[in-house]
Design a binder for this molecule. Structure first.
Ligand code: TXA
Ligand code: MG
Length: 347
């Protein structure tokens, strides 16, 4: 069966597929998720199967609000309600301890905690309400591909393997939610995956320290979120990160080297190299918000560029605010490689 595209007035149809145990991708403010009834182990198994996702990587359960969460958790966290109050609906995923057997092991990966999130997307909140059950929702990409930020990305990856995709247009933020571990009330909350809700924003609301998984600081540490240990998307061609002041150097380098280069950067940076580039995917403006919105989409487009490219140069941004989440994804895509012009380094 070919995948169906559901428009905004077809939420009921999409919900019916979910009720039948089918898989329907849904839009969120971050990236598209691959939805299935979280209380139907068969449906959830399908999600792992079609994605090619390792079974020890647990899924986020998407809800319409904290009321729905309360039915499943063994214990809340003193900070949970105020975080929910400030950031839901929104790109903050909260990990909480669950009642035994609240979810099948296929959802939890065998852990006694579950990650919950209320997405800030009216269509998807309507979908969850209409389905009448919480939905699992890993990013709706094949494992090893970038998270999808449009319905067409989803269709590209799941042409014939899922029932449908609810089209909510391009996503606003562009990278996945912040994952915050609240599973142990005796410990300060810990960020396991950076996203649009930053450490500063969380600390301001909590009026206390928020920890960061050491894995996000030092490569040697094992990550606490199972999903963070898997090799994340990297294009088939080499990617190098370029800082703001290096673009003239990149242009000079390309002028003297026969490389088919792809550029992923804002208008100012792109303007400095476009004459030497084989393909350019420009962020809508120079801001970190626009860069984050365009990162996955740009990597997909350039990786599949007609005629093929030899190298991608992608704009790096300062690691502050939203830049922490952007650089976390970009560094993985670039295997931590920065542009260095050997000649200028040696001089
Ligand atoms: O923005 C998002 O969060 C998107 C949209 C669709 O909601 N979803 C998403 O799901 O990114 P996924 O499955 O691609 O990433 C979930 C991350 C993984 O790294 C997973 O290991 C971690 O959250 N995770 C899930 N449950 C966990 C748990 N109980 N303990 C620790 N980490 C958990
Ligand atoms: Mg993912």
């Amino acid at each position: 069966m070919e995948i169906q595209k559901f428009s905004a007035d077809e939420v009921k149809k999409a919900a019916n597929e979910i009720k039948k145990g089918g898989l329907v991708a849904f839009p969120t403010e971050t990236v598209y998720g691959l939805g299935a009834n979280a209380l139907n182990p068969q449906a959830v198994k399908q999600v792992y199967q079609v994605k090619g996702r390792p079974s020890d990587n647990p899924l986020i359960v998407h809800v319409t609000g904290f009321e729905q969460v309360k039915a499943f958790i063994a214990k809340s966290h003193p900070l949970a309600e105020s975080l929910v109050h400030h950031f839901w609906p929104g790109p903050l995923t909260l990990i909480l301890p669950i009642k035994p057997d609240a979810f099948d092991a296929v959802v939890t990966g065998g852990l006694n905690t579950v990650a919950f999130r209320m997405p800030n997307q009216p269509l998807t909140l309507e979908l969850i309400a209409e389905a009448g059950v919480p939905l699992v929702g890993p990013s709706a990409n094949l494992s090893g591909r970038p998270s999808p930020t449009t319905a067409d990305h989803v269709i590209h990856d799941f042409q014939t393997t899922i029932a449908g995709v609810l089209d909510g247009g391009p996503t606003q933020i562009g990278v996945e939610s912040t994952v915050l571990d609240l599973s142990d009330e005796t410990k300060p909350p810990m960020i396991l995956r950076p996203g649009a809700i930053t450490k500063d924003m969380l600390e301001q609301v909590c009026q206390s320290t928020i920890l960061i998984d050491q894995h996000l600081v030092s490569e040697e540490e094992a990550p606490k979120a199972p999903g963070m240990k898997y090799k994340h998307y990297a294009p088939t061609i080499p990617v190098q990160m370029v800082s703001e002041h290096q673009w003239e150097e990149v242009a000079t380098f390309l002028a003297t080297h026969p490389l088919r280069a792809g550029i992923l950067a804002g208008p100012t940076a792109s303007g400095k190299v476009r004459g030497e580039a084989a393909a350019v995917y420009m962020y809508a403006n120079d801001s970190i918000e626009a860069a984050t919105r365009g990162l996955f989409s740009g990597l997909r487009a350039l990786d599949e560029s007609q005629g093929g490219l030899d190298i991608l140069y992608v704009a790096s941004y300062p690691e502050e605010g939203l830049g922490v989440a952007y650089m976390n994804r970009l560094k993985k895509a670039a295997n931590h490689m920065y542009f260095t012009n050997n000649k200028s380094e040696n001089s």
